[in-house]
Write a protein that binds this ligand. Sequence first.
Ligand SMILES: NC(=O)c1ccc[n+]([C@@H]2O[C@H](COP(=O)([O-])OP(=O)(O)OC[C@H]3O[C@@H](n4cnc5c(N)ncnc54)[C@H](O)[C@@H]3O)[C@@H](O)[C@H]2O)c1
Length: 324
Amino acid sequence: MATLVTGGAGYIGSHTAKELTRRGREVVVLDNLCTGHRDFLKWGVFEEGDLADSAFIDRVFEEHGIDEVVHFASFIAVGESVQKPDIYYRNNVTNTLNLLDGMVRHGVERIVFSSSAAVYGEPQAERLAEDHPLNPLSPYAWSKRMMEQVLADYGTAFGLRSVSLRYFNAAGADLDAEVGERHQPETHLIPLILAAAAGRRPSIKVFGTDYPTPDGTCLRDYIHVADLADAHVRALDHLASGEATDVFNLGNGNGFSVREIIDVARDVTGLDVPVEDAPRRAGDSPALVSASDKAMRVLGWEPRFGDVREVVSSAWNWHQKDWQ
Ligand SMILES: NC(=O)c1ccc[n+]([C@@H]2O[C@H](COP(=O)([O-])OP(=O)(O)OC[C@H]3O[C@@H](n4cnc5c(N)ncnc54)[C@H](O)[C@@H]3O)[C@@H](O)[C@H]2O)c1
């Protein structure tokens, strides 16, 4: 009996592989290392290969007695997906279909899927719950929306049960700084701010300072990667206890502006953060804040890192080690 973690050499996947191992599961990481890192492979058995390869998927299912799957592997950059929809749909949709077909062939019936708050598009409420209308605004967001639908349909046709987790902004790092956030190129706010503080980038660009928010910059909901990892274990347990396919938001329920995060980073690092104001970017929502009450109620999940200072400080600990 083992848990397959696709994308386990990446940011959220590696933290989840650690948490699954800590809580007694046998982990098999499947990753082609296209954006993942060999030095993040610290937990479980590693199988290097691509989800495009059905024969490889078959071998992994056969050799390791996989009975459940957590599926992180995908391309993740919203802007790039607009330029390159072909590679995004191929990797995030076609290759995920390969994985699901492998599950059906091998009688594996439970999967936790990395969806995204990007499926909601332009917010029509202050806090977004799961029943907020879905309006994906990029091929990336569409790929997540499509896979949620495919999972529902595979449930009806083949008995595959799934939990789709719609993360808001994943942030922070492992408290032991064994793994952390390392994307190439980096597009996420906190690593970019910390790189500017450390003098590894000239400045941090603030895109849009005239939004209808308290200080004019965008509000986002930052959820610690350790809280995400915990939610994945709970979602697997939920499916293992026989529950049906479902969808949950994962966020803190608090919005922090770009300027607030910069101030927190100044405070945590004790360093100056050079800031450059820039025009709004197309497609950025003024505010994306979750209502995650359903995950709390149904999965018994509770974010432990509600204080954004702790989130930034764990990221800072990790980056200082990673940049040495
Ligand atoms: N980081 C966020 O804030 C965020 C927010 C919402 C949703 N998500 C979703 O969470 C998941 C993980 O994100 P992340 O930030 O850890 O990304 P990441 O790029 O760090 O990790 C993705 C991993 O998948 C692997 N991979 C990609 N395609 C593969 C393939 N065809 N075969 C095998 N391995 C493959 C990569 O090598 C990498 O290790 C993604 O599905 C992403 O869409 C992330």
